[in-house]
Design a protein around this ligand. Structure first.
Ligand SMILES: [Zn+2]
Length: 381
């Protein structure tokens, strides 16, 4: 059977190692690949080269990149904190420039494969470093692979719709493209009232030529599947119908899952599966089916992320996975987890008493966002 989806994988992205006690674990793509193989899903696995310095400089300032290179070689960087590195979130580590260049290389290769027509759907799970800014690292992210890929695509004249379903606001990508009208950014996340990075409000709608090209859905903590899917559908459908993108770039972060230790959204794996399926369906309808898919956050490293991202691949590929997690996978990964790993793909819904109020608050947020957005388009038809 021929795969529809190219699965980009390079073991050198393992070098994106923020430390033994850091929540970000670069083993995740390997755990997902192994799970799909354990399900006997045929994968079209391809490698990729690192992004070049020139590629990275299409997005990041030279002064920032120079500091990352120096830190990477163990040279002292006295003003590292001004550049957002050397923090507990985004520590300096040996080889950080080269390892991040590999992460960026995957997402950039995905962009090239889609732009050249060689692939329609590409998944690069090491990618998704959405917090990195023009001149600083932030929130576990050194370089912004997503914006490097988006810049490659817009330089070819393509219109890019970027959707970020990570639990945290996709701030780096938003600010890097905030004044552009060739890039529509949409982020669904736990409200910045409670969660890093503290931005992503409905009034962040773009600036200059980019007014109306930035949409944010700040969701209440403990939002569950039904309310999440309703918000996603209500925003994504009209936005894509209006923008008519050439392709979608999706940061598919898995930290909106109910088991995630760093955020408070409460999606189940089946909720994620439905979200991914909706994204694929809308890509078919509005973007010629073209999807550049990445990973992102996700800190229930073995407990939730492999199942969530296996469903990401399955949605891209248009296949159904069995509900039973294969024994061979559990036997391999259980010794590395302090928690007992789930034996089925689906999760039981957590009982959250205030769900009706949470759903009402989210529905109101979406209505406010759509009204503000429509006012802009009435003013600039
Ligand atoms: Zn996140």
């Amino acid at each position: 059977m021929v795969s529809l989806t190219t699965f980009l994988f390079n073991p050198l992205t393992l070098g994106y190692d923020l430390g033994q006690h850091h929540p970000f674990k670069s083993i995740r793509p390997e755990a997902v690949k192994h799970l799909l193989e354990a399900f006997s899903v045929p994968l079209d696995v391809r490698g990729f080269a690192p992004a070049t310095l020139e590629d990275i400089l299409t997005v990041h300032s030279r002064s920032y990149v120079q500091r990352v290179v120096r830190a990477s070689h163990g040279e002292p960087v006295t003003d590292a904190l001004e550049y957002g590195i050397g923090t507990s979130d985004t520590p300096i580590f040996a080889g950080m420039h080269d390892a991040t260049a590999f992460v960026c290389g995957g997402t950039l290769e995905a962009a090239r494969l889609i732009a050249s027509g060689k692939s329609t759907r590409v998944l690069s799970l090491a990618g998704g470093l959405h917090h990195a800014q023009l001149a600083s690292g932030s929130g576990f992210c050194v370089y912004n692979d997503l914006s490097i890929a988006i810049r490659h695509l817009t330089n070819l004249g393509l219109r890019v719709a970027y959707l970020d379903i990570d639990a945290h606001h996709g701030d780096g990508v938003q600010w890097l493209h905030y004044t552009e009208n060739q890039v529509l950014t949409i982020s669904l996340h736990e409200t910045g009232r409670y969660l890093f990075p503290g931005t992503g409000y409905t009034y962040e709608l773009g600036r200059g030529d980019g007014v109306g090209y930035s949409l944010n859905v700040p969701l209440e903590p403990y939002t569950q599947d039904r309310s999440y899917l309703e918000a996603l559908e209500r925003v994504l459908t009209p936005a894509l119908a209006w923008f008519k993108p050439d392709l979608l770039v999706i940061q598919g972060g898995a930290d909106s899952h109910e088991f995630d230790p760093l955020a408070d959204l409460a999606l189940s794996t089946q909720g994620y599966k439905a979200a991914y399926q909706l994204i694929v369906q809308l890509a078919e309808q509005f973007a010629g089916g073209r999807i550049l898919a990445t990973g992102g956050g996700g800190y229930a490293t073995l407990h939730a992320v492999p199942r969530v991202w296996a469903e990401w691949y399955a949605a891209l590929e248009g296949i159904e996975l069995p509900n039973q997690v294969p024994q061979v996978w559990l036997e391999h990964w259980q010794p590395q987890s302090v928690e007992t790993l789930p034996e089925v793909m689906t999760d039981d819904a957590i009982q959250i008493p205030r769900q009706a109020q949470i759903e009402a608050a989210n529905a109101k947020t979406v209505t406010e966002l759509l009204e503000a957005w429509q006012r802009i388009h009435k003013a600039n038809p």
